[in-house]
Design a protein around this ligand. Sequence first.
Ligand code: SAM
Length: 285
Amino acid sequence: MTTENTTQAARGAMTAEFWNTEGGEVWVRQQDLLDRLNAPIGEAVVARADPGPGRRALDVGCGAGATTLDMARRLGADGACVGVDVSAPLLDLARERARDQTTGRAEFVQADAQDHAFEAGAFDVILSRFGVMFFTDPDAAFANLRRALRPGGALVFACWRSPADNPLSQVPLEAAAPLLSQPPPPPREGPGRFAFADPDHVRGILDRSGWRDIEIAPLDAPMPASLDEMMTLSLELGPLGQILRREDEATRARVTDAVAARLREEMRDGVVPLKAACWLVTARG
Ligand SMILES: C[S@@+](CC[C@H](N)C(=O)[O-])C[C@H]1O[C@@H](n2cnc3c(N)ncnc32)[C@H](O)[C@@H]1O
């Protein structure tokens, strides 16, 4: 990793390099947990996007392919769902999972969806679960995606609402912050998990890149997690995970204790009552 990339990573940047190294590796390791927690959001996106058997779909930032495989099953043997992602480790896992799935055709492409030369008009629908908030130039990316869609085809994606709407996502960072050697990055800086929290920002991007009939509606789902699962999410994934991998062992141990104590305070009936507060965004190309 170059010095510049090391600094970016320490500041929580989620670049292609991040998804091909530590980010991709952690997501692969924790994919079962992530897929279980994120399942209701994936189901909502796939159900809304489903264009019917025999059609072609593009799943953007498909990761390990849970939504690509679900959509492929719906499209059947005459259709196909193509998953595009920058991350080689996540695509390796997606291809492995596709080999075990007997219904539907899922294909995977390693590329940056922002500027990849997709065949024009090749897809009936474009979908994404949490895969479109990482573009460095979102206007260019959504214009590029629109070219890949047949005229009048649908765009359906889920993205996170604000940290204020997802307060439990901030609790571990807040508990850890006083113990870290440098402050964690503000949650809404640049491309990343909360980049699309402001619906006016999302509408502006889609407007400027030529989409119409834009609708942005709340999509909420319970994601109850055990304390162990919440500790894994907090300490391995996301910005705190990135920061902790660069801290020494003593700091990591102190942060682990502080985060566990703080999360215990949030527990109700034996679980951390995590909830996903998202936007379901739809538009026509
Ligand atoms: C939060 S993960 C979501 C993965 C998957 N959609 C899911 O729900 O499990 C974001 C994904 O977007 C991918 N990604 C980030 N920037 C991308 C880009 N410019 N083009 C394609 N994929 C990208 C990452 O590699 C990662 O797999």
